[in-house]
Design a protein around this ligand. Structure first.
Ligand code: UDP
Length: 499
């Protein structure tokens, strides 16, 4: 049943620490002044409500968000709903997949499903009720607890906001069915927030706003690394040969590389510090566009080996000859809830084994250890920093934090027109957008364009960094929440958004 969770995990830097960094001083100052305006109107507590305390992006993001909102002066709590009934989570998983447009498990949702969602919502609402005050605001994350918000808004007149983290930028039978199903359960909500405008169903248009995810610039994934720290991480992770001793010990579980004879080995030297590196880091998911990216790189290499694609200067010819493709993702053995990941990785391995020996030299398929979140994050950070071009060739993308992470590291990113990516990355300003993520020729041309234009890459990398600084850091997210609270309170006093 419902549990109250303590968000303090000791990992969130204080706002004062961000403010000490000159890059963030002004942003933190603005947040404090926004908070001063909002605070007098927020008389109750804010409740973040979701369905799991660990695992998944929402659970990962909430503790930091809550701690920072508390520092801004709000009283914020975290409650996690539960149910003894396994069919409830089977239903909410189906709802989740339908919101992504997935029709394979059928699209039928009926009155029994509605009753189940309502019963679990009401039972959890009962658990929360003794803790609630009349002025509290509920922020309900994703579909699982949606009926809890509806119930408490109706029975107690509480203000409820629905924060939906999933969506699809087109309508199909699945999304139509699931929105028809969810609509009555969203009746009592004062406002809703989505990660992109394309995800907002028309019936919520008047009440919905866009709230982008953001990255924490002091996290292990995104914090600055000195050159020696970066090299130390690569050496400790087994992806760089040490020519000199490094001060830090080797990681307990190294990165592993898939090689031609079908084995997984500790990679050693793969040229990360010396060669132009084209990198994609993602989950092993078909929608991340791995296969067309691999195919594109192989075609580019074939052209270069045949004497150069176009009129290349000797220096650019050399750059392309030396370039390597690094495809990195989580070790599927360490990701319990992702059986598809292992299958997708296996398919890539099969494709890799079909390459010529020269191409196999130039492509590294890497499995990143999952035994420690911190070490995994540091490896991703170091890999992204030593890449020359970071690619995110997604066919679909909800937002694409890997893009944000690479842009923050001043990379001109090669993305696609997937909605989450084009929200962040402006074509030819912060990087390049491939129109058709399934077209290896177009991807190859874009990789070549970026690898052979260091000056343009540098300029675009600078724009990319500024764009993330302005819009996609955790501060922008906090500011969105503050304005969401004040708008929600505005609705209550009759001055806010119309239904
Ligand atoms: N990631 C990671 N280790 C990996 C692969 C990915 O930490 O081996 C991280 C990546 O850095 C990013 C997140 O997983 O922070 C993926 O988020 P994104 O929004 O790009 O895609 P999603 O996986 O949510 O579809």
């Amino acid at each position: 049943m419902l549990k109250l969770v303590d968000p303090a995990n000791g990992n969130t830097p204080s706002l004062a620490r961000y403010a000490d960094d000159p890059r963030f001083t002004a942003l933190v100052g603005e947040l404090h002044s926004e908070a001063r305006q909002v605070l007098p109107n927020v008389r109750g507590c804010v409740w973040m409500i979701n369905s799991t305390a660990t695992g998944g992006g929402v659970a990962e993001m909430l503790p930091g968000l809550i701690m920072l909102l508390r520092e801004l002066g709000l009283r914020v709590n975290w409650a996690v709903i539960g149910s003894e009934r396994p069919e409830f989570f089977a239903l909410t998983k189906r709802i989740h997949n339908l919101l992504h447009g997935e029709t394979s498990a059928g699209i039928a949702l009926g009155p029994d499903d509605s009753r189940l969602l309502e019963n679990v919502g009401q039972a959890n609402a009962e658990g929360l009720l003794p803790h609630l005050g009349p002025d509290d605001i509920l922020v309900v994350h994703d579909p699982q607890p949606v009926c809890l918000g509806k119930d408490l808004a109706r029975r107690r007149g509480l203000r409820a906001i629905w924060r939906c983290h999933v969506g699809l930028d087109e309508r199909n039978a699945a999304t139509q069915a699931v929105w028809r199903f969810l609509r009555p359960h969203l009746d009592g909500y004062a406002a809703a927030a989505f990660s992109a405008p394309e995800y907002i169903p028309s019936f919520l248009a008047g009440r919905a706003s866009v709230l982008h995810p953001g990255i924490d610039p002091l996290s292990h994934k995104s914090r600055d690394l000195t050159v020696s720290k970066m090299v130390g991480i690569l050496v400790n992770a087994g992806i760089q040969t040490a020519h000199e001793p490094v001060p830090t010990p080797d990681f307990p579980v190294p990165v592993r590389r898939f090689v031609a004879d079908g084995k997984l080995v500790t990679p050693g030297e793969i040229g990360l510090l010396f060669r132009p590196i084209v990198l994609q880091v993602s989950r092993w998911d078909r929608l991340k566009g791995w296969r067309p990216l691999l195919e594109a790189f192989v075609r580019l290499k074939a052209r270069v080996r045949a004497g150069g694609a176009s009129a290349l200067s000797p220096r650019n010819q050399r750059r392309l000859e030396l370039a390597r493709l690094v495809l990195a993702g989580p070790d599927p053995a360490g990701v319990a809830d992702d059986p598809e990941g292992a299958e997708v990785f296996r398919e890539l391995c099969d494709a890799y084994q079909g390459l010529s020996p020269a191409d196999r030299e130039d492509v590294a398929l890497l499995l990143l250890p999952m035994d420690s979140r911190k070490r995994n994050a540091l490896i991703v950070n170091a890999l992204q920093r030593c890449a020359t071009v970071v690619v995110q060739n997604s066919l679909r993308e909800g937002f694409g934090l890997t893009v944000t992470e690479a842009m923050w590291k001043r990379h001109a990113v090669l993305g696609t027109h997937a909605v989450g990516i084009r929200t962040q990355l402006r074509d030819r300003i912060d990087g390049l957008l491939t129109r058709d993520a399934n077209n290896p020729e177009e991807i190859a041309a874009n990789i070549e364009a970026l690898l052979t234009a260091p000056r343009a890459r540098y300029d675009m990398g600078g724009h990319a960094y500024r764009r993330v600084h302005e819009r996609f850091l955790v501060f922008a997210q906090l500011s969105h929440y503050l304005s969401l609270f004040s708008r929600t309170l505005g609705i209550a006093s009759g001055t806010g958004l119309a239904e």
